[in-house]
Design a protein around this ligand. Structure first.
Ligand SMILES: NC(=O)C1=CN([C@@H]2O[C@H](COP(=O)(O)OP(=O)(O)OC[C@H]3O[C@@H](n4cnc5c(N)ncnc54)[C@H](O)[C@@H]3O)[C@@H](O)[C@H]2O)C=CC1
Ligand SMILES: CC(C)CC(=O)C(=O)O
Ligand SMILES: [Mg+2]
Length: 372
């Protein structure tokens, strides 16, 4: 792959979103410095900050910038002033859902890796978790989050609907991923109760006929939630609908060590979007304690999307180096922790110099204070 010029729309959002997004941009700048690519960043408002500025959580100007970009890098959105006000007519989350729908981002891919160096502090038993590595395919533009909603004084409803086509398109992507991995796919649903889940099973059984090399398992979501903690190594590719995938992936982050470690890629019909799976963690805003790794690994997924496999590997190696040397935010290392900015700088320095440059203490200190 030669030198590339790419336009990236950046939506930092609310809470810790801008802090973690900043570190991901820092790492992308280190990649462009080392490999010569031109990344042009176009930063726009989305979420509560956009409501404050314009009244709209997804202003037209932001959506246009996303349509025009080669990729979108997002932080996180959400603010307690809306979470604690059930009657609010406009909400930050509406902006995110509208963005996903407008870009046709029907597949959200969330890789989960148990990091060996973090298992010492894990609340889970080492022998259960060691080596766990899975890919969650969450359907992202259908289901209960997008169905008709309604409210009377004393009742409320959220409709869950899925079409055959919505299931088929995400299922094909999940089966392709399973074919390229260990050849195992688990469909998670609630087909004993939900009509939508029965349609999911029917469609997935049909799609499976085209992928004879893939072994398919079916699990009810309540059981899957338990199996994820009890026996996570049984999973390779997990395919599921929108809300189940949202919930199970937060749960799966315990296998990795923190919600601040899990990245995601959302792909579909138009520009792809890359964001950590976590939210705006408002309690941490401005404290420098948010883990930027989920955001940085989302940037690595963005590089893969551009076909820059080597560059993505350099970022992942740099993250691995930070984890191995315990250059971590406080939720992962209470005794001796680093700030969001230091972790990002260290990883950016590893990207620039090569991960192997850093094991010596003096280099670590230079890395922690590198500003790109
Ligand atoms: N994609 C998005 O922008 C999302 C937005 N949200 C919004 O975020 C706001 C807060 O929601 P919560 O339920 O509190 O979820 P959250 O994901 O923001 O935080 C939950 C907990 O996870 C941990 N955590 C999250 N990110 C972390 C990081 N980078 N480093 C270290 N620890 C981290 C913290 O312990 C935190 O209390 C809400 O307004 C919600 O709607 C929630 C999820 C996704
Ligand atoms: C607004 C929510 C649907 C966001 C969320 O929790 C997620 O995408 O993980
Ligand atoms: Mg979520």
């Amino acid at each position: 792959m030669g030198i590339l010029t790419k336009h990236i729309a950046v939506l930092p959002g609310d809470g810790i979103g801008p802090e973690v997004c900043n570190e991901a941009v820092k790492v992308l700048k280190a990649i462009s410095e080392r490999f010569g690519h031109q990344f042009e960043f176009n930063t726009k408002l989305m979420g509560a900050c956009a409501i404050d500025a314009t009244g709209d959580p997804l202003p037209e100007d932001t959506l246009d910038a996303c349509f025009d970009a080669d990729a979108v890098l997002m932080g996180a959105i959400g603010d307690p002033k809306y979470d604690n006000n059930p009657g609010a007519k406009v909400r930050p989350e509406q902006g995110l859902l509208r963005l996903r729908k407008s870009l046709g981002l029907f597949a959200n891919i969330r890789p989960v890796t148990a990091y060996d160096a973090l298992l010492e502090h894990s609340p889970l038993k080492r022998d259960r978790v060691e080596g766990a590595d899975m890919l969650i395919f969450r359907e992202l533009t259908g289901g209960i989050y997008f169905g008709e909603k309604g409210r009377t004084e004393d009742s409320a409803y959220d409709h869950c609907t899925y079409s055959r086509e919505e299931i088929e398109r995400v299922a094909h992507l999940a089966f392709q991923a399973a074919s390229a991995r260990t050849g195992k796919l688990t469909l998670v649903d609630k087909a004993n109760v939900l009509e939508t889940s029965r349609l999911w099973r029917e469609v997935v059984q049909e799609v499976a006929k085209g992928y004879e090399q893939v072994k398919v398992d079916y699990l009810f979501v309540d059981n899957a939630a338990m199996q994820l903690i009890l026996n996570p190594k049984q999973f390779d590719v997990m395919l599921t609908e929108n809300m189940f995938g949202d919930i199970l992936s937060d749960e799966a982050s315990v296998l990795a060590g923190s919600l601040g470690l899990l990245p995601s890629a959302s792909v579909g019909e138009r520009t792809a979007l890359f964001e950590p799976i976590h939210g705006s963690y408002p309690q941490a805003k401005g404290k420098g304690i948010a883990n930027p790794i989920a955001s940085i690994l989302s940037a690595a997924m963005l590089l893969e999307h551009f076909g820059l496999q080597q560059e993505a590997s350099v970022v992942k190696d740099a993250v691995q180096n930070a984890i191995d040397h315990q250059i971590l935010t406080p939720e992962l290392n209470k005794e001796s922790s680093y700030t969001t900015e230091q972790v990002g700088s260290y990883i950016a320095y590893c990207v620039l110099e090569g991960a192997e440059a850093l094991p010596h203490k003096s280099n670590i200190e230079v890395g922690l204070s590198t500003i790109i």
